[in-house]
Design a protein around this ligand. Structure first.
Ligand code: ZN
Length: 641
């Protein structure tokens, strides 16, 4: 099954087009400014010997510049902009100058520890950074056809092949990313070593003898190196007193359960935190850091698409099933424990502790897309849609210049959108995901076209005969979808139309999964016919009526509560809309709910009105729109008997 390129699909959608415009004209420039202001780009200038200064940011700060370049490249493919092009060109040239002759590029070591490399692979994200560089190079090549950034990546990847192809099992990165990047690079270069290295990095996981000892040694070494950097910074400030006023932004507020730190130590030492606890074919349960988990599973799925491997595919599908039925929030958010930035136990889904990092749902999108492509099972595209509209979309504010890092399902205060973070992994990840949207609507082979997502667009698909597909979709606000199909010449093929899980007849859904959302009920309907060259039109009206979802009885604190959903959207109560009601204690009269399209609220949206059992008015807004009007309180789960 093939995927469409970004250039093949032209999105013109009343919901998505404005958001993509904000992404291309505001968000990407805002992010660039932040990268400059937080000195992330200066780190490369210092490494290139072109500027004096102190290297700032976490060890993995380089990845933020690469991910920005990845996003900018994808934006250039569909919405080219000369100002963006010149920023990109300057950064690519700078990377070329900062890269060492043998391909190595990692400013933390180059500046603070010249001559040292691959020191603490479990903790310092060195290979993770190289992975994001490679992804940027592939995206840039696919968008522009140019090889300048790709050549930088090939040089770096060749160094990795030289240093790691035949290395021992401890030589794999603690934060997965390099694996999927190498397979992307393999897909454009067809150089077998890249695929082989990715495969070996994956196979090495869970095979390190005495992992806790290795981890503790690295942990101590990492702390000592950070201490050294702290001292370097102090002495730099004593020579440059004016620099003392510089500081990086903070982190977002996350309500943390007791024993979080202790849980991190246990999780990390046992290897779960970075999916180092058992070999990959035995990893049938989602554990640890949820972004790492998602990137690892994406790489495994990419591997299976290149080389079918039944035992890998089976383990991965079991992990998916476990995640969806027991370890996922109703928003599609992943990661219940802030201290771990990742998965807790089964049914451990506290709405307020929910970490649900934006990047974790993005990683899940990448994974589900790969699974959809190789299994043709609608469940994966259904979860993609749900996580896109809810757990992912919530990450970027309406104007593209503020973001949520963690995404709880209840907030008594303190959680706000911020312009930037000390770990700014999510903003550019969002931008590259939105810019990529056209890629996820269709897939095809010679005799079939699958429709995974309903986003208005015009596309030309080459199944041997060129087929024009025009889609008009009212989602997420209404379920009316019109698909016009016109092959260049008469052709027989099958159209597979996803019937979303949320169209199922039950008004109240419960018990099958922890969250009340169950993508496994989605299906592809198939229409096989000899399609006329004059064009044919199909029309659907998917049921987007309001549904109440109940959590599984094993999820603590959810008895007598519902989550209100409509179509693919999860709704919430935000205090700003409900000033005279305590949203946490209000009792919803569930027979009172009705919807209304409001053109002038939050860029136009469907709100859901209701009443409490004592007659007070309630107003629900889509979850992804919360926190756009200053600090507030919010809850997804509401009391309803
Ligand atoms: Zn993130």
């Amino acid at each position: 099954m093939k995927e469409a390129t970004l250039q093949q699909v032209n999105i013109q959608d009343s919901f998505w087009s404005p958001r993509l415009l904000v992404n291309a004209k505001e968000a990407i420039f805002h992010q660039w400014k932040q990268l400059e202001q937080t000195l992330c780009i200066d780190n490369f200038r210092i490494a290139a010997g072109e500027k004096d200064g102190f290297r700032e940011g976490w060890v993995f700060a380089d990845s933020d510049a690469y991910k920005w370049l990845d996003a900018a490249s994808k934006i250039q493919a569909v919405q080219p902009d000369p100002e963006l092009a010149s920023l990109m060109d300057a950064l690519i040239a700078l990377l070329g100058r900062a890269q060492q002759k043998d391909g190595y590029i990692f400013t933390f070591n180059q500046i603070h520890f010249p001559g040292q490399r691959w020191v603490n692979l479990q903790l310092e994200h060195e290979l993770y950074c190289h992975g994001h560089l490679i992804e940027a190079g592939v995206s840039h090549y696919q968008a522009t056809g140019r090889r300048d950034l790709l050549d930088i990546c090939v040089k770096a990847a060749d160094l990795l092949v030289h240093d790691f192809l035949t290395a021992s099992n401890d030589k794999a990165c603690g934060h997965e990313e390099i694996e999927l990047a190498l397979i992307r690079l393999y897909r454009v270069t067809r150089k077998q070593e890249y695929f082989e290295l990715a495969r070996r990095f994956i196979e090495r996981r869970g095979r390190i003898p005495l992992f806790p000892i290795l981890f503790l040694n690295e942990f101590n070494s990492y702390k000592q190196r950070l201490d050294h950097v702290r001292k370097l910074r102090q002495s730099y400030i004593s020579e440059h007193p004016e620099y003392s006023s510089f500081s990086l932004p903070g982190h977002n507020y996350a309500k943390t359960p007791r024993f979080s730190r202790q849980r991190w130590y246990t999780n990390a030492l046992r290897g779960h935190y970075a999916q180092q606890h058992t070999p990959i074919r035995k990893q049938t349960v989602p554990v640890g850091h949820s972004v790492r988990f998602g990137y690892l599973e994406t790489a495994v799925a990419m591997w299976c698409r290149e080389q079918r491997d039944e035992s890998l595919l089976s383990a991965m599908q079991q992990a998916w099933e476990h995640m969806v039925t027991r370890r996922m929030y109703v928003t599609g958010g992943l990661g219940a424990v802030p201290g771990l930035e990742g998965f807790g136990g089964d049914y451990e889904l506290d709405p307020e502790y929910a970490y649900a990092e934006t990047c974790a749902s993005i990683a899940s999108l990448l994974w589900n897309w790969e699974l959809a492509l190789q299994t043709q099972n609608a469940r994966y595209s259904d979860l993609f849609e749900w996580q896109l509209y809810n757990a992912t979309n919530v990450g970027m504010g309406q104007n593209g210049d503020n973001y949520l890092y963690n995404n709880p399902l209840a907030a008594h205060g303190g959680v706000t959108r911020q312009g930037w973070y000390v770990v700014p992994c999510c903003p550019s990840n969002l931008s590259r995901t939105f810019a990529d949207l056209g890629k996820y609507i269709f897939s095809y082979d010679e005799k079939d076209i699958w429709i995974h997502q309903y986003i208005s667009n015009e596309a030309t698909i080459n199944t041997g005969v060129l087929i024009e597909v025009k889609m008009e979709s009212g989602l997420p606000w209404n379920g009316k979808v019109r698909i016009q199909v016109q092959p260049e010449t008469k052709k027989e093929f099958t159209l597979h139309i996803r019937r979303p899980s949320w169209t199922s007849a039950n008004r109240s859904v419960s018990e099958a999964t922890a969250s009340g959302y169950d993508p496994r009920t989605a299906e592809f309907e198939t229409i096989t016919r000899n399609w006329s060259a004059d064009g044919e039109t199909l029309e659907f009206d998917f049921d987007t009526s309001i549904k109440l979802r109940r959590a599984h009885s094993k999820v603590k604190g959810h008895a007598g509560k519902v989550a209100v959903t409509r179509g693919p959207l999860v709704y919430c109560l935000e205090s700003v809309d409900n000033p005279s009601v305590d949203i946490f204690t209000a009792q919803l009269d569930s027979t009172s709910l009705h919807d209304e399209f409001v053109p002038d609220l939050l860029g136009s949206c469907v709100v859901i009105h209701g009443k409490t059992t004592d007659g007070m008015l309630l107003k629900f807004i889509p979850y992804f729109l919360w926190a756009n009007r200053g600090e507030s309180q919010m809850t997804v789960w509401v009391n309803a008997r």
